[in-house]
Each structure stands twice: as C-alpha cells, then as structure tokens.
Ligand binder design. Structure first.
Ligand code: PEP
Ligand code: MN
Length: 379
C-alpha cells in the first residue's frame, strides 16, 4: 500500500489530544450517547449516564444519514445545541456526525470531534473538506470497505492537512443476517499494523442488538481498540432511531464497571466512574456490589441444594464442615482488613438457610418417592 504515505505506519503510534483527553494512549476512551439527539432532557440524561460510567465523550447525531428518506433525519442545529449544552453540563467532550459541506460548516467549531459515518467514508469531497479543518475526526469504516479503502479514506483527510484521525471499526456487511453487520475485530489489529492512527470500535452499529454489546466491547478492548463508541438512550424503547441496539443507562454503567479488568489484562487502563467519589457514584457502586452479593448467594444456595440431594436427611447438617468454612473465611476476612466477626455472625445465618432448603428439597424428594412406591404397591 504505497499510497498510505501519511496514514502508513510510522515508528511511533499517533495519539490524538483533545482538551486534555488522549485517544490512542494507555487509557481506553469510552464514548457514549444516543444514536440521534431528540431533546434537551434526553441529552442531559445521556450525558449523566456517560459521566457516571467514566465515559469522556458524549455522542449524538443531529444530521442523520438514514437508509430510508422517510426515517427521522435529525434535529439539525437545535439538536446540536442540546448536545453541546449537555456535554458542558457534565464536563464531557462531544462528537457528532457530518454528512456534507453544509453540516460540516455548522458543527465544526461547536463540537470537539467530528464523525464521518460509514455511508460517507468514500465521500471524497467531504473527506477533503474535513481535512482542511483542525477538528479531530472519527472516520468510520464503510459498510463494505476493505481495510485498505478505509485507510486511503483516512489518507485523504491527512493529506488535506488534518493529522487528527481516529479510525472506527463499526462492522461490515456480510452474508450473516443474525446481526446487523459483522464486527471485524481483526481489522483493529490490521489497521494498527498498517497505520499509526488510533482505532476505536463501535459495537452498537456492528451488532444491531443490545444483548451483544457488552461482550463485543470487552472483546474489542482485548483486540487492541483504543476506545469504544456505544449507543445508550435513557429509554431505548422510545428511541427514534437504533433503539434495539441502544443500552439502557443501567446497562451502559454496568458494562463500564466491567471494563477495567479487561483493560488491565491487556496492559491498558479504564477508570470507572468519572465524577470521582461523589455520593451518587459511590451509591451506584454499592448498589452494584449488593446485587452481586445476592446473585452469588443465590448461586451458593443452588449448589448447597445439590449437595443436600446427595446426602441422607439426618446428615444434612455437618457442623465440622461449617466450622472449617468459618475458620477459613475468618482468616481471609482478616487478610482483607474485614472484621473476622463479620464472618462469624453472617455465616451461621447463611448455613441455616442452606440447611433449611436442603431439608425442604429432601422432604419433597421423599414425598415423590413415597407416592411412587405407593402407586407401585397398589398395583
Ligand atoms: C452513527 O454512529 O450514528 C452511525 C450512523 O454510524 P455508521 O455510520 O457507522 O452507520
Ligand atoms: Mn445509530
């Protein structure tokens, strides 16, 4: 690819610096928000979600390149004001898509990053115009573009004078109909091998369905992505566009809470919870931990029941084993700076409920057995 004169690999990777945020550095940058800007309140709520999650950039389309001319086309300038205001309220940066020269001119000095969408990846005149601006650009991969075509599109922007290009893999069209597009995660590695530009991943437009977003996001980080662009809406059921692929605020925050360990496993960093230790953020974190505790207790109970099914009724309670567990967990608690008394008081209760459920399940089994024997005997 000799024509990748500027996009081709240099000795060092490029980072894009925007108002104190570095894209392409060690930190994974989370960007989120609705597909389309719909109202001021929708944008304020979205900004709050992104901030709570530790996201840095608010997205929202105000000029929507829709497949059908009858679909919602975006709020235009009015929407741009909602996006910019909501981002400011939460001290986030913002990004929106441009579709032509007129929309570029309208937004270029208002937003922190411009997006050129998949459908415009080879709109060469738009690429050249965007290349004349000083605003960083997220360049999405075209619906059916090869990696080479995608990088050559980036080359247009670079060649026109704007070095701040962020590549975004957003799924390509394949023969597979179960997802909206097929997320090409190998493209992250290939694009990074061929070029020095940062690469982010948009799992939302790739999957087209919200149930896959969390796993694809984690996979993207593992694959080397420098950031994620994810759609979230305060009420996806009411979204004017892309509702089925938009995460609820809770899902978006939950996903963000899980990204740190994935980032760490590939020597990157993601810090959950952007507002620092405010009461609200801390409470959200506590709520999430509490949910996990209850889910784990439910898992424990199920296993205990299975154990009970293998024992005779008179052997359901095993005091020695209970003492052993308490001893072991008290030691662990002490190591983790927790008062060992917490284990000593909590666990007898957990055991008690476990034994009760074992007895119940055993009695139910005995009853089934008895009635089966009775039926047999009466024959
Ligand atoms: C978008 O991000 O809103 C969008 C339209 O994405 P794409 O260009 O990837 O389809
Ligand atoms: Mn969308």
């Amino acid at each position: 690819m000799n024509d990748l004169r500027l996009a081709g690999l240099k000795t060092t990777r490029s980072t894009i610096e925007v108002k104190g945020i570095t894209i392409g550095g060690k930190e994974i940058i989370l960007m989120g928000g609705p597909c389309a800007v719909e109202s001021s309140i929708q944008m304020s709520q979205s900004a709050e979600t992104v901030k709570q999650a530790g996201g840095k950039i608010l997205r929202g389309g105000v000029f929507k390149p829709r497949t059908s001319p009858y679909s919602f086309q975006g709020l235009g300038l009015e929407g741009l004001n909602y996006l910019v205001k909501a981002a400011k309220e939460q001290e986030l940066l913002c990004v929106t898509e441009v579709i032509d020269a007129a929309s570029l001119e309208l937004v270029v000095d208002e937003v922190d990053i411009i997006q050129i969408g998949a459908r415009n990846m080879q709109n060469f005149e738009l690429l050249k115009l965007a290349g004349k601006s000083k605003t960083p650009i997220i360049l999405k991969r075209g619906l059916a573009a090869t990696i080479e075509e995608w990088l050559l599109a980036a080359e247009y922007i670079l060649e026109a004078g704007n070095p701040q290009v962020i590549l975004c893999e957003r799924g390509i069209r394949t023969f597979e109909p179960s997802t909206r597009n097929t997320l090409d995660l190998s493209a992250v590695g290939v694009a990074k091998e061929l070029s020095h530009l940062p690469v982010i991943v948009d799992p939302s437009h790739a999957a087209g369905r919200r149930d896959l977003i969390a796993s694809l996001s984690k996979a993207a980080i593992a694959a080397g992505a420098d950031g994620l662009l994810i759609e979230t809406h305060p009420n996806p059921a009411e979204a004017v566009s892309d509702g089925p692929q938009s995460l609820t605020p809770e899902q978006f925050i939950q996903l963000a809470a899980e990204l740190g360990v994935v980032a760490e496993s590939v020597k990157r960093v993601f810090t959950f919870g952007g507002i620092g230790d405010t009461l609200e953020v801390l409470r959200t974190q506590i709520d999430r931990v509490d949910q996990t505790i209850i889910k784990l207790l439910a898992d424990r109970m199920q296993i205990v029941q299975k154990v009970g099914d293998q024992k005779r009724l008179d052997r359901v309670k095993d005091t020695n084993r209970q003492n052993e567990i308490i001893q072991r967990l008290s030691n662990l608690a002490a190591e983790l700076q927790l008062p060992p008394d917490l284990v000593k008081r909590l666990y007898p209760m957990i055991f008690e409920f476990g034994v009760q459920s074992q007895i119940k399940s055993k009695l139910a089994q005995d009853q089934v057995l008895e009635s089966a024997l009775y039926t047999l005997g009466s024959k």
